[in-house]
Design a protein around this ligand. Structure first.
Ligand SMILES: N[C@@H](CCC(=O)N[C@@H](CS)C(=O)NCC(=O)O)C(=O)O
Length: 235
């Protein structure tokens, strides 16, 4: 009988596939995930979605035919939707900053604020911007008016809440703040926050001062001329 000696693989010699993020730095939902990655110093490879790079665009379309970004690839696993990507990172690639509290009740508060920013700030903001890209004959004035009204209602509700809070779900920076940064950033460019809503405006400034989000904003600066409504000369 021949003894077969199987050499154990040295852990130090295993090269893990880097996390890959299909994203664009100017996209609000991508900045949401970038903020989470930067909070924890999580290494990743950016697969920049650019129309002059058909290879990356084709990879992305094959991985996620819905073609909404960002998209995370971790080895053989594909993870879509910004909030889910951030939860996934917390479970599989945790760092020093827990963006979702371990306590299930506290986590529910974070998730509900995360839904608020996606559904009632980002969605109406995107409606206004995407409508501006349409031909005149295809515009939806009623939908845009509804989106502006939704933003006014959402800003006012948030202002009352932020009178008592530093971050969206309380004292700790969380998943909800990762989304709040880019959603309030672009919402204010699109449909300015009333100066009377001092708590929302102060919260937006706190987000801009947070190093993780500030880095995402800085990396996106070269793309400001792409903002369809015209980027204001601030922030
Ligand atoms: N529900 C998605 C939304 C992602 C999304 O809307 N991404 C925008 C960029 S910020 C996009 O893919 N836009 C491309 C398009 O609408 O064709 C998420 O949370 O990740």
């Amino acid at each position: 009988m021949v003894a077969v000696v199987v050499q154990p693989v040295q852990p130090s010699k295993v090269t893990a596939m880097p996390l890959q993020l299909y994203a664009h730095p100017f996209s609000s939902y991508c900045q949401k995930v970038l903020t989470a990655l930067y909070e924890n110093g999580t290494p990743f490879e950016l697969r920049l979605l650019a129309h002059d790079d058909p290879q990356v665009m084709a990879e992305f379309a094959a991985l996620w035919p819905i073609k909404r970004f960002p998209l995370l690839v971790d080895g053989g696993r594909t993870v879509m939707e910004a909030s889910i990507i951030i939860e996934y990172l917390g479970l599989h690639h945790p760092g020093p900053v827990a963006l979702l509290p371990a306590d299930a009740r506290a986590a529910l508060d974070v998730r509900s604020m995360d839904r608020f920013f996606d559904n009632y700030i980002s969605t109406p903001q995107q409606k206004i911007v995407y409508d501006s890209l349409r031909a005149n004959s295809e515009r939806d004035p009623r939908g845009v008016a509804d989106a502006r009204a939704m933003l006014d209602t959402a800003y006012a509700w948030l202002d009352r809440l932020m009178a008592e809070r530093e971050w969206a779900a309380g004292d700790s920076f969380s998943l909800a703040d990762c989304g709040a940064g880019p959603s309030l950033f672009y919402a204010d460019w699109t449909h300015p926050i009333d100066p009377a809503l001092a708590h929302v405006r102060a919260y937006r400034q706190r987000l801009l001062a947070r190093p993780s989000f500030a880095r995402a904003v800085d990396e996106a600066r070269p793309y400001r001329p792409l903002f369809p409504l015209g980027a204001p000369d601030r922030d």
